[in-house]
Design a protein around this ligand. Sequence first.
Ligand code: FEO
Length: 397
Amino acid sequence: MNNAYKIRDNFYWIGAIDWNLRDFHGYSTEKGSTYNAFLLTDQRNVLFDTVKAPFSNEMLERISSLIDVSKIDYIVVNHVEMDHSGALPLVIERIKPEKIICSAKGKEALLSHFKRPDWPYHVVKTGDVINVGKKNMTFIETPMLHWPDSMFTYIKEDEILVSSDAFGQHFATSERLDVDVDLSELMRQTAKYYANILLPYSNLIQKLLKTVKDMNIKIDLIAPDHGLIWTKNIPDVIKAYDDWSVPRLNKKAVIFFDTMWKSTEKMAYSITEGLMSQGISVKMMKLGENNRSDVITEILDAGAVIVGSSTLNNEFLPMVSDMLTYMKGLRPVNRIGASFNSFGWNPGVLKKLNMELEASGIKLISEGIGVKYVPEQSDLENCYQLGIKVAKELNSK
Ligand code: FEO
């Protein structure tokens, strides 16, 4: 029996817990995830988003533990990505809602996904208000957080912000509220989510934080579409989003690399020592041992990114290629960077590494270091000096 969980009077969590999810299109979800959906009960009953399709019945059971599903009047689609809309066709069939409330882009996306022009769409824009009895819902479009269709819903009387993907975490727990779990783990999963999903939209997050501040609304609860619901720790997560989106970066360097016969690895160790000698915090991450999504999470608050690869058939090692492609999409701009490479007979890969760093928005502060086959002591000294150069640049900021 799946139950509804009361969050506030007349506001319930009726989502699904995906305990054993370990991969979310390339993002390693070592703690699983939840697909949060919420129910507001009033003169009109409102469902906020749904869940991934395989969890449809779990959600319907949770609703049924509270009210007959046919008593839902409106469905608010804050976000069309399938982890939140997958259950919609079945749910709409069962509920037969009077309105499906979404943004203009949301309607477009719903039509593209489900090919159902007959559904009762009700398009809203920022500032629109819908009364459901004692409560009023205000809509705030948040395009590209995380898709063009995304929006927030604010329930004024309860000071609840239903925030779609923003402020979420892939974190499966039996608890529903932030105060009931370890805060450091919650913030770690929140950072990982930001780094892997929202990082490219940091400038929009800055604008959104300003918009919400200017609206001068009180927020007592933030209900995201994944993970824990924010109550007491709202100031912590707002501050973290501000820091990550500005971004305010630490005197920290992330070195990621892969190595064929340990020459590149030796270079990585020497660069690390150079950085550490200047008091820089370093994360030295060999790919394969570290998932791409954990590497980008470390880059989230790092001022420097240093990448190394051995040459394989005149190209990067495959895992370096994977990481560079992933990072290029997420665009960790405002960082400084450098490259290193061990090659056999063609030194061209160093240049390619540099180009990839620049394509990610990272500013090169060195032409990098290439070493033929196995590094000599003098090569390792050069690597150590590269670490010092990066450190000095970080310390000068
Ligand atoms: Fe959780 Fe962008 O979907």
